[in-house]
Unconditional design. Structure first.
Length: 505
């Protein structure tokens, strides 16, 4: 019987270098601007009311258009979408770095989000269709998962370095060489497998409903942070998100070529990955925010010192992903890497709830960050690999987009939810201790630290829930056998999953 197996691309490992570089650029951009924001605000005269839009404009465009970007990469081809996304992201970054007023900067951030939404799912789906052999796939996704997890911390470090030693504009300009190198490399070495495109017509009603629904959801949490959870505007955006996304599901059930085939969501492994990663993003991005403020405002760290404080977490995250997750993924079912990984990260966060005004970085913050990085790295690696589990190659782009969507929406929710919890706890502590307080400034710092501690406890609970969902829903076995969803039509539906007891895409 002749061998009909698709030969492996000899340049796939070179392709991984440029795919990983692009992923690093997109992920670090979510945090690199945070540390530079005060300098940009002062330089351009951005009002306090408009300041949040520097972050929100990116999040809205990126989170709202990810599904559309994933579907476009399936339609156009992943390589083409990847290169166009890189070029567009570089141009938007150049515009942001050259911004002379508030409108120009906000427009550039929105454009970054648009092209990021095209680039991110194309990168992950390229990885899914290039690496189909079990052990190689584990290594490739180990590298990719480490970068996806550690990119936010890298952004904090680079943001601090650029802000202190150059200026805030370099937090944008740094993307240009990343994008140019990645695009040139992609053109030279990436060869997309034949027959992996989805030639179906674009689902325009689905695009409109999904985009508006996700934008309403993300913006609702943004409004909750500024106006409160019970404000009319907040509730209105939440209600609109529910209606729009419900209508989206109804449309996707009827159209012949849906934007998001519901089979992508109904697989229990993929659903478990999307939900657990979204919850983990809520906890992790919220912690980044609080720890950055704690180190800079309460402890008086410089931007560079604050960024470097996160470096051990990045090192352990890479270790967890490449040395634990990737090595054990061929021997241990994914749930027993994801669940314990999220729990180990939660233990690290428990240590960080113990911070006070003079907490030792070496005794409390450092071990907390290292445990969190090790746990997240171990969990992220199999989660990334499972994100396109069982899908046909033609759906790889939109399945990959769902991973980024869950993380982006989770990050927006985490920032708003945990920041609101912290602010409320801070206010309550201040009011209950103001009588008889000696130094008002000291009480203010004590109240802030109490608020951070309460919010991090919430993050601990959210990570524990993420671990429970991973262990409960993710039931894929060890990788290394037949690849489900490699384009042969298998791997879709309950029967196909049950007949392939291995982890594939």
């Amino acid at each position: 019987m002749p061998d009909t197996t698709t030969p492996l691309d000899p340049k796939r490992w070179k392709a991984l270098i440029f795919i990983a570089l692009a992923q690093l650029m997109v992920v670090l951009d979510a945090t690199i601007v945070n540390i530079a924001l005060p300098s940009a605000q002062a330089d351009l005269g951005i009002s306090d009311g408009n300041r949040q839009w520097v972050i929100t404009a990116y999040a809205l465009a990126f989170g709202g258009l990810l599904l559309f970007g994933g579907r476009v990469s399936d339609l156009w081809g992943r390589k083409r979408a990847f290169v166009i996304g890189l070029i567009g992201f570089a141009a938007a970054s150049a515009l942001g770095g050259a911004a002379v007023n508030t409108g120009m900067l906000l427009g550039a951030r929105a454009l970054q989000g648009v092209f990021g939404a095209l680039l991110a799912p194309a990168a992950l789906s390229l990885l899914a269709v290039l690496f189909t052999e079990g052990k190689e796939r584990a290594k490739a996704f180990g590298i990719f998962g480490a970068i996806a997890g550690a990119g936010g911390g890298v952004g904090l470090i680079l943001g601090g370095l650029f802000t202190e030693y150059l200026n805030w504009r370099w937090t944008f300009f740094v993307n240009i060489p990343f994008a140019v190198v990645a695009a040139a490399g992609a053109i030279a070495v990436i060869r997309e497998p034949a027959g992996s495109r989805n030639p179906s017509k674009l689902d325009v009603p689905g695009v409109i409903l999904a985009t508006l629904g996700l934008v309403s959801l993300v913006y609702g949490f943004t409004r909750a942070e500024s106006d409160g959870w019970t404000a009319g505007s907040t509730l209105g955006f939440f209600a609109a998100a529910v209606v729009l996304l419900f209508a989206f599901v109804l449309v996707e059930r009827k159209v012949k070529a849906p934007l998001l085939p519901l089979r992508v969501l109904t697989d229990r492994n993929r659903a478990g990955v999307y939900v657990s990663l979204g919850l983990a993003a809520i906890a992790m991005f919220g912690l980044f925010l609080f720890l950055t403020y704690y180190l800079q405002v309460v402890r008086g760290y410089s931007p560079v010192k604050t960024g470097l404080a996160f470096l051990p977490m990045i090192a352990t995250m890479i270790t967890g992903s490449t040395q634990i997750g990737a090595r054990l993924m061929n021997r241990v079912p994914a749930r027993w890497l994801m669940g314990p990984g999220f729990l180990l990260a939660a233990v690290g966060m428990v240590l960080l709830t113990q911070i006070d005004l003079d907490t030792s970085y070496a005794a409390v913050v450092l071990p907390g960050l290292m445990l969190m990085g090790l746990g997240m790295g171990t969990a992220f690696m199999p989660a990334m690999s499972l994100s396109t589990y069982g899908v046909q190659a033609r759906d790889a782009g939109v399945a990959s987009a769902m991973v980024n969507t869950s993380q982006q929406v989770g990050g927006a929710i985490g920032t708003a939810l945990l920041n609101t919890i912290a602010a409320s706890a801070t206010t309550d502590y201040f009011k209950s201790h103001v009588k008889g307080a000696g130094d008002p400034k000291l009480l203010t710092f004590q109240s802030m630290v109490h608020g951070y501690s309460v919010a991090v406890w919430w993050a601990v609970g959210i990570l524990a829930l993420s671990a429970l969902i991973a262990v409960t829903f993710v039931n894929a076995g060890r990788p290394g056998g037949a690849v489900a969803g490699s384009g042969d039509g298998k791997g879709e539906g309950e029967g196909a999953e049950n007949s392939v007891p291995v982890m594939a895409h």
